[in-house]
Ligand binder design. Structure first.
Ligand code: T5A
Length: 228
């Protein structure tokens, strides 16, 4: 498909949403069409499943059942949002994708082969071209989330934030392990730095990975011709 698919991964409060917004502005400034989306969610059907998952209402299904719901949400998201956008030639920036399932549901004890089966069925061949892992110590991310909750009154921790610090640290390690195993598609960025530093590192990773594609086909020529 003609589009570009970039996923953002990391623990709670790593800064994914903040950095996706910045990368969108950068890509649009070059004349690209950008779609920002998220998981779980990103399509009407998947947003309904998101509400179930994050409220904790699905917790009684156990980690295997929750993994199935994440996969069902992903299948709907891929079919109704991601694939059409990539087919149009958009840059798709997605807040979490398959690596979050591997890490969160994997850490919760769901069998790796079972997760692979669900993943293959849900993504229908739609794999990220680049995955940005924003790495922060779990404590730093959780403190940011707690500060944000106090300032915007958004309530307490959701189902997956509400775990012991050791669980969050294990998730962080699993993300790092994945980035090492699949280094061909990962860029790891230090998320403890200030937002502008992190944004610069992400733009560098994107520019390196997509050096020939950052400007939509024809735009550079047209701009040049206009200038002459
Ligand atoms: N999940 C998800 C699974 O278990 N399995 C799956 O398959 C999938 C897809 C989703 C939850 O679902 C789980 C994982 C999650 O627990 P969510 O509400 O979408 O939950 O939550 P998150 O994706 O974790 O999003 P957060 O909003 O919590 O974190 P972000 O987006 O990483 O962080 P952001 O940008 O909102 O920043 C958080 C705060 O920090 C500040 C921001 O201003 C904000 O206040 N900040 C910084 N402060 C200092 N320095 C920086 N560099 C900063 N960057 C941001």
């Amino acid at each position: 498909m003609p589009g570009h698919f970039i996923t953002f991964e990391g623990g709670e409060g790593a800064g994914k949403t903040t950095q996706i917004a910045r990368l969108k502005v950068f890509l649009e400034s070059l004349g690209n069409s950008v779609l920002v989306t998220r998981e779980p969610g990103g399509s009407p059907g998947a947003e309904k499943i998101r509400a179930l998952l994050l409220s904790g209402e699905a917790r009684d299904l156990g980690p295997r059942g929750e993994a199935m719901l994440f996969a069902a949400a992903r299948a709907d998201h891929v079919d109704h949002t991601i694939k059409p956008a990539l087919a149009r030639g958009d840059w798709v920036l997605c807040d979490r994708y398959t690596d979050s399932t591997r890490v969160y549901q994997g850490e919760a004890g769901v069998d790796t082969d079972y997760l692979k089966l669900l993943e293959t069925a849900a993504v229908a061949g739609v794999r990220p071209d680049l995955t940005i892992l924003i790495d922060v110590p779990a404590k730093v991310g959780l403190q940011r989330v707690a500060r944000r909750s106090q300032s915007d009154d958004s309530g307490g921790p959701d189902r997956f934030e509400d775990e012991a610090l050791t669980v969050h640290e294990r998730r962080r390690k699993l993300f790092i392990d994945l980035a090492r195993e699949e280094a061909y598609r990962f860029a790891v960025v230090d998320g403890t730095k200030d937002p502008e530093y992190v944004a610069t590192a992400i733009r560098k990773a994107v520019s390196e990975r997509f050096s020939d594609d950052l400007t939509p086909a024809g735009t550079a020529t047209a701009a040049h011709e206009g200038a002459v």
